[in-house]
Design a protein around this ligand. Structure first.
Ligand code: CAA
Length: 389
């Protein structure tokens, strides 16, 4: 579809095509198998790293591809169209992990912890959520206490994307609980070399099953003070800033899932016959397709708009929370709407494991939940519009 508001440059078309070719050739054929087994697709994730997909916006001096936000969302959409589980690993590396280092990391931290992840040699993770602290992120219970040149970390984190496979994890903990959100600090944990740190139970999931998600356990885990990201008490701000970037990624993931479900539905409606005609000729089906397409294109515009707002922020420092929240809210609800309709259009074949449509439906749901539920996006949008924050 030609896009009048956002005509793409040759460079943007190229990254999209490269991601599309890779995703369709290498990921589509294995997606169902890894979804079924719940195994982590190490090989394809490694290949994505080699292709520069794990640090698209990270400058080349820190191991990244040095491209812009629009390039990132275009590539991510293509990966997620093939498989949303591969997509979330890419999204967390690029946004929740890398963006924090770019904005709050020291030169040494960027070289040591950003470079290997942005260049795809290691996987990064971000850990905010706890069993009793999800949407209300400021109420975490995990504690970090300073001990001379170290911090001692204790607590239990949950729902950490890439937790079991990450080499480095940015973890948020309370350093001064009486200060509430202003008492939260961010730390870089070397997952392979920190005694007292371990991965807890693997989270059993409805969708994005090939991505690895787990609890993290800290039992007097000792980390050097130089592994603090940002200042003491700056953790909540870091967590929120990084989530703004992450939400654009999840919106792109939702768009990719929705597009895959829509394209499958169009093909099926053109082919499948009932009552002597193609089912696409029934208004009950064609009007569904019209609504699916319209919401997909509206999501795309909100996502590209958020990508441009984030690009502007690189020069002006302005927040893009509103644009990111609107993109994530609309695109994730679109993914749910579109995949729900896609299952219905396919009838019992939509419910069958023989086609990927049921996987799109299961994968879509998480986009309304992680990196801020739809309710939290509505809170962010309305607070900003009302001037309450
Ligand atoms: N950027 C920078 N600063 C921000 C900010 C942003 N986007 N949002 C808030 N802040 C700052 C505020 O300015 C305020 O600063 P001051 O104290 O200096 O004034 C401070 O943070 C507190 O802000 P609020 O009073 O708005 O905080 P709140 O407690 O009301 O919470 C919230 C706001 C939007 C509800 C927030 O808690 C939130 O986003 N919750 C959802 C958390 C979430 O998305 N979790 C997902 C975890 S990641 C994940 O899903 C797993 C994975 O691996 C993919």
């Amino acid at each position: 579809m030609s896009n009048i508001l956002f005509p793409l440059s040759e460079e943007h078309e190229m990254i999209r095509q490269t991601a599309r070719d890779f995703a369709q050739e290498k990921i589509v054929p294995i997606a169902a198998e890894f979804d079924e087994s719940g195994e982590f697709p190490h090989e394809t994730i490694k290949k994505m790293g080699e292709m520069g997909f794990m640090g698209i916006e990270v400058p080349e001096e820190y191991g990244g591809a040095g491209m812009d936000t629009l390039s990132y969302v275009l590539a991510l959409e293509e990966i997620c169209k093939a498989d949303a589980a591969h997509g979330v690993v890419m999204s967390v590396n690029n946004s929740l992990y890398a963006y924090g280092f770019l904005h709050f990391g020291t030169e040494e931290q960027k070289q040591k912890y950003l470079r290997p992840v942005a260049s795809g040699k290691a996987i990064g993770a971000y850990s905010l959520t706890e069993p009793m602290s999800g949407s209300d992120a400021g109420t975490m219970r995990s504690r970090a206490v300073r001990d001379e040149d170290f911090y001692i970390l204790n607590g239990r984190k949950s729902w950490v994307t890439s937790g079991p496979v990450a080499t480095y994890i940015v973890v948020f903990m309370m350093t001064e609980p009486e200060k509430k959100h202003k008492g939260i600090t961010a730390f870089i944990v070397d997952a392979k070399n920190t005694p007292g740190f371990s991965c807890g139970k693997k989270e059993p999931k409805l969708g994005i099953r090939a991505s690895a998600t787990s609890e993290l356990l800290f039992e007097n885990a000792r980390i050097p003070a130089e592994n603090r990201l940002g200042a003491e008490g700056e953790g909540f701000k870091i967590a929120m800033t990084v989530l703004d970037a992450g939400r654009i990624g999840i919106a792109s993931q939702a768009l990719g899932i929705a597009e895959a479900a829509y394209e499958a539905s169009i093909a099926y409606a053109r082919e499948r016959e009932a009552f002597g005609q193609k089912i696409g000729e029934f208004q009950g089906i064609s009007f569904k397709l019209a609504d699916m397409k319209t919401r997909i294109e509206a999501s795309r515009l909100l996502i590209y708009n958020a990508a441009l707002a984030k690009e502007r922020a690189k020069k002006t420092g302005e927040r893009f929370s509103l644009e990111a929240a609107m993109a994530k809210l609309f695109a994730s609800e679109t993914a749910m709407f579109v995949t729900h309709a896609a299952v219905q259009i396919h009838g019992s074949m939509g419910y069958s494991k023989e086609l990927p449509v049921e996987r799109y439906f299961r994968d879509a749901k998480i986009t309304e939940i992680y990196e801020g539920t739809s309710e939290i996006q509505r809170l962010v949008i309305s607070r900003m519009e009302l001037g309450l924050r």
